[in-house]
Design a protein around this ligand. Structure first.
Ligand SMILES: NC(=O)c1ccc[n+]([C@@H]2O[C@H](COP(=O)([O-])OP(=O)(O)OC[C@H]3O[C@@H](n4cnc5c(N)ncnc54)[C@H](OP(=O)(O)O)[C@@H]3O)[C@@H](O)[C@H]2O)c1
Length: 332
């Protein structure tokens, strides 16, 4: 039976004014799907890039059609199940990410893409940490393979993914240099594990990294900013250093000159979460490890902004204007 649903749709790309809060009808779940009632929705910078056209929605989700329902992270309770779904039941608490359409009260999701939320993790924390935490997981453990005493630089260190990277690298025993744009954010990252901090509006981050490391450079740089930081990051890597590029919050990436990497045996590695959640076992194991660290209090997920679904434009404006910190969630 179709049910009434409130969603955020976009008909074309542009600034936050293209976000429309609308009533819509949701059909029954298909045989492999479950219907979820969302209790919390994650706000992610990728939502901005999809809305403004920097990230092609069509290439991300080829089957979806205009108008698109935005959003790629959510948590909630299973309301009904398709006839071929096994191992789940009505009432189960689940989270999901990288499925387009989470800016919605209700959503049908393929049952294989769900994560069961542990009992001691709330819907809000699950929506604030599933996508960002699984990203931090692969960045730290797979791409960076961070080790004790390494020098790890985190750009946008006070942000959603950045806050988790700082904490996780610190937990492993790395020396963390956080780069942020305000003194308020400096105060935040000092609390969550940054050993050194750089205010990018007042300081030249590459010079500062060389100074902090006494000319050695960083072993790993996590770069989610891109345009203004990628090329300069290559100039402050240590021998065999890695620059891990996983985002472009400052706009579309520009070509970089990699000739500086050969003399130092340095590398650029690019990462995308989708490649780490395709395999069922890998996805399950990574989520278990992430939720375990959150449950034990070793990784703290700070929800510093909450918005109503109908106020989604404000949420987009805030994250774009760099005033948010930690995670932001949307309440349907
Ligand atoms: N590849 C993947 O698998 C993957 C997965 C998740 C997220 N991401 C990417 O990771 C990044 C972080 O995502 P998030 O959701 O956690 O966002 P976020 O870091 O909480 O917010 C973006 C931050 O980027 C910094 N920034 C620098 N230049 C900016 C500019 N010109 N405009 C706006 N922000 C700017 C700001 O921090 P300061 O003001 O402190 O500089 C801002 O707070 C995004 O680029 C996102 O697309 C990638």
């Amino acid at each position: 039976m179709n049910i009434e649903n409130h969603v955020i749709k976009i008909y074309n790309t542009g600034n936050s004014s293209v976000l429309n809060y609308e009533k819509s009808l949701l059909a029954d779940p298909l045989s492999e799907e479950v219907r979820i009632k969302h209790f919390a929705i994650g706000l992610n910078f990728i939502d901005i890039n999809m809305r403004n056209g920097n990230y092609s929605i069509k290439s991300y989700s080829p089957d979806s059609k205009v108008p698109y329902i935005l959003g790629v992270e959510g948590s909630g309770r299973i309301e009904s199940l398709g006839k071929n779904v096994n191992g789940l039941k009505v009432g189960d608490r689940v989270a999901h990410c990288m499925n387009l359409g989470t800016y919605s009260e209700f959503m049908n999701v393929n049952a294989n893409k769900l994560f069961t939320i542990p009992r001691n993790i709330s819907y809000e924390i699950a929506a604030a940490s599933t996508l960002k935490g699984l990203t931090a997981h692969y960045l730290i453990k797979e791409l960076g393979q961070v080790k004790k005493n390494q020098i790890v630089v985190v750009h946008a260190a006070a942000g959603g993914v950045g806050s988790l990277l700082c904490q996780w690298a610190h937990l492993i025993g790395a020396k963390v240099i956080g780069v942020v744009s305000t003194d308020k954010k400096v105060a935040r990252i000092r609390k969550i594990g940054a050993d050194f901090y750089i205010n990018s509006r007042k300081q030249n981050f590459s010079n500062e990294i060389m100074e902090i490391t006494e000319g050695k450079g960083a072993d790993i740089i996590y770069d989610s900013v891109g345009k203004s930081t990628l090329q300069r990051g290559l100039s402050c890597l240590a021998d065999r250093g890695k620059l891990v590029s996983y985002g472009n919050s400052a706009g579309l990436l520009e070509p970089v000159d990699i000739s500086v990497l050969k003399p130092i045996s340095g590398s650029i590695i690019c990462g995308g979460l989708l490649t780490f959640i395709k395999n069922k076992h890998e996805r399950k194991n990574n989520a278990e490890e992430l939720f375990n660290l959150i449950t034990k209090g070793k990784l703290k997920v700070d929800i510093n902004q909450r918005y109503r679904l109908k106020d989604i434009s404000l949420a987009h404006d805030d994250i774009e204007s760099r005033i948010t910190s930690g995670s932001s969630i949307i309440l349907p």
